[in-house]
Design a protein around this ligand. Sequence first.
Ligand SMILES: Cc1cc2nc3c(=O)[nH]c(=O)nc-3n(C[C@H](O)[C@H](O)[C@H](O)COP(=O)(O)OP(=O)(O)OC[C@H]3O[C@@H](n4cnc5c(N)ncnc54)[C@H](O)[C@@H]3O)c2cc1C
Ligand code: FES
Length: 270
Amino acid sequence: MPFDVAAEVIANRPLSSDFNVLALAAPAIAGLAAPGQFVMVKPGAGLDPLLRRPFSIFEVLRDAGGAPTGITILSRRIGTSTSLIYDARPGQHLACLGPLGRPFTRVDTPTEAWMVAGGVGLAPFATLAESLRTRGVRCTLFYGARRAAELFFLDVFRALGVELVLTTEDGSLGEPGLIIAPLDRRLAARAPSSSVMIYACGPEGMLAATARIAAAHGRPCEVSVERIMACGLGGCYSCVVPMRGADGQAHHVRSCLAGPVLAADQIVWD
Ligand SMILES: Cc1cc2nc3c(=O)[nH]c(=O)nc-3n(C[C@H](O)[C@H](O)[C@H](O)COP(=O)(O)OP(=O)(O)OC[C@H]3O[C@@H](n4cnc5c(N)ncnc54)[C@H](O)[C@@H]3O)c2cc1C
Ligand code: FES
C-alpha cells in the first residue's frame, strides 16, 4: 500500500537553470521504495496545479544507522508544478503519494545491466544501479543529453562502479549524437552467449529506438514510460499504453499500475 504524506522539504539543490534535486522527508515511502517506482507530488497548496504530478524516486535517503528517512526527486522544469518544485524552500510541505507502480526486474550476476538514460530519464537509475551493484552485477550507463552541462551525477555512478558511455547532441562531452548509437554498436560487438539486460528511461522516441535495437540483437529490455498521469492510482485512464498480449491482440494497459516499467517487446510502438 502506498503512503500519502505531507512531506517536508529538507533541501533543494539547483543543478542548472532548469534542473534541481528536491529532498523530501518521507520515511514510510522511502522504506518501501523499489528501483523504478514513482511518487505523485503536489507542490502547491492552491488549485493550480489541481492535480499531482509523477516523479521517479531518484534516491533513498538514510540516517547514520541506515534507516530510510526520505527520498529525492530529480526534476526538470517544464511547467507549473516543476517550476514550483524548482522554487521550493526547506520547511515547506508537499503532498507526496507513493511508492507507486511496478519496479524494474533486478537481474543477478553473470547477467550484465545496461541502463539507457535520456535527459531526466536518469532519475530511476541511481537506485537501480545501487541495488544491482550491491548484488555484484556489472552495470553500464548509456547516458545522453543535449549538452555537457545537462549530464548530471556522473561521479555518483562512477563511485558505484558503473561504466559510463556518454553522448551529447552538441558534442560538448562524450560522443556527439544520440545515445542509441553506441548502444547499438556495443550490442553488435557483444558475444550472443553473454547475458545482458537492457533498461531504458527517457523520451518516447529514445525508448522506441532502444526497444527496436534490443529486439534486433535478441536482448530483453524493460522501459520506464512517461505518460501524462492524472491520478497515479488506476482511476483516470490518462496514462494508457497499447500493449500486445500473449494472444497477439493489442489492448491498453494503465501505465501507472502495469508500469511505469513495461516489457519493451510487448509495447505497440507507433
Ligand atoms: C512515471 C513517471 C515518472 C516521471 N519522472 C520524472 C522525473 O523523475 N523527473 C522529471 O522531471 N519528470 C518526470 N516525469 C515527467 C513529469 O511528471 C512532468 O514533467 C510533469 O508532470 C510536468 O508537470 P508541470 O506541471 O511542470 O507541467 P505541465 O504544466 O503539466 O505541462 C507542461 C508541458 O509538458 C507536457 N507534459 C506534462 N507531463 C508530461 C509527460 N509525462 N510527458 C511528456 N510531456 C509532458 C504537457 O503536455 C505540457 O505541454 C515523470 C513522468 C512519469 C509518468
Ligand atoms: S494515472 Fe490515472 S489511471 Fe493511470
